[in-house]
Write a protein that binds this ligand. Sequence first.
Ligand SMILES: *Cc1c(COP(=O)(O)O)cnc(C)c1O
Length: 415
Amino acid sequence: MSDVEIFPQLQIPETLAAGPGPGNTDPRVLACFSNAGLADHMQTDVLRGMIECKQMLRLLWGTRNTYTFGVGGTGFSGLDCLFSAILPGDEVVAFTNGTFSGIDGLTIRMKASGREDLKANPMDPKPANVTMITVPHGQSVNAELIDSVLAEKKPKWAFMAHWETGSGRINDLRGFSDACERNGVMGLVDAVSSLGIEDFAIDDFPGVVGWASCPQKGVLCLPLTYAPVSFSDRYIDAIKASGCHTYVHHPILEARHWGIVDGKDVAAGSYHRTHSGYAVAAFHEALRITLQHGRTQKARDYAHHERALREAVVTLGCEVTSNMTSLVVLDLPPALAGREKELVQGCRARGFGIWPTLSEPVQIRIGILNQLSEQAITEIVVRFANAMNEMGAGADVARATEGLRRYYTQKMAAE
Ligand SMILES: *Cc1c(COP(=O)(O)O)cnc(C)c1O
């Protein structure tokens, strides 16, 4: 007899996902997911859908890189594919300034480790050939720092997150790419949080040879689908010359299913692993929605609504330390300092999904992924203000909502 019973059907409530990600999935994406017919991974329309996704990704990401496609899974799946080019003993410089670039740094140390490095510290190896440059939480990685370290170390690879979601900071992508070019370094970038939010084009940053993003932030396709990646010819040549230690995340082999063979587009993909027609249909629709919105317009809309949220939380007495446009990272007013996690838990218990920072110092993160309207921002502000006031903050909710109304009215009049 087994102790395991058959559980009731799993019900998951609808919440207001107002964190750093995932963002609310568009009903059009969910409809495409559930309306797709059952078709295997070599069926003509599934393969055609993957090729169309590849082409839309190149457009969204502003690149002619042939090796632009999706890696099945989450952001870290795409990053694992990106970092697969790093081999044991490779010289790497990694700039980190928060939770996610910190995890990327760990991945890089694991890939660059030799057997002895792994044995010495299996969960957190520290190979001498990897230089970690840690910029404090709340600060950005800047061009001077990048250039001075790369000029001194001249590594094979350098890494940086474009937008570090853990601390809400934008890092200097122009400075990173230029320093990589100047010092003959191949740049690798975590663009998980910026793709689909920021208006930038890969081909403007030739010092960066490899990019990875995720399905669930700017692209807004949580039905677990594809982590976009893009590789320049230089990156692919490095893989061709030296190989890498993975089949499933192999940048050249995985590309075959997306119709990329020997550096060229071919009419239809060939088997690499089983893809889901449901996932392909959802991802395809998410890319269509993003392109219909337009990269430039979408970036403008995020900046516009982030500013509204930022001004409102400042009115409530908080201090904002972030500069990304998809979320604000803030310190509570002094009277509530130290009670961040309690506040976040109270909100989450009521279906209002905001987040604390995951590494020190403890701050609060409120995101606006797919919440681009006056009504949505106002609801976020009111729910947050009410939660603060239940803990005795005495914040002026009416003043904050009045400020929002004025902000949106003025902007509309100006347009
Ligand atoms: C969210 C995030 C990740 C991790 O993405 P998952 O989808 O959780 O695997 C990595 N890097 C950055 C910058 C992120 O914001």
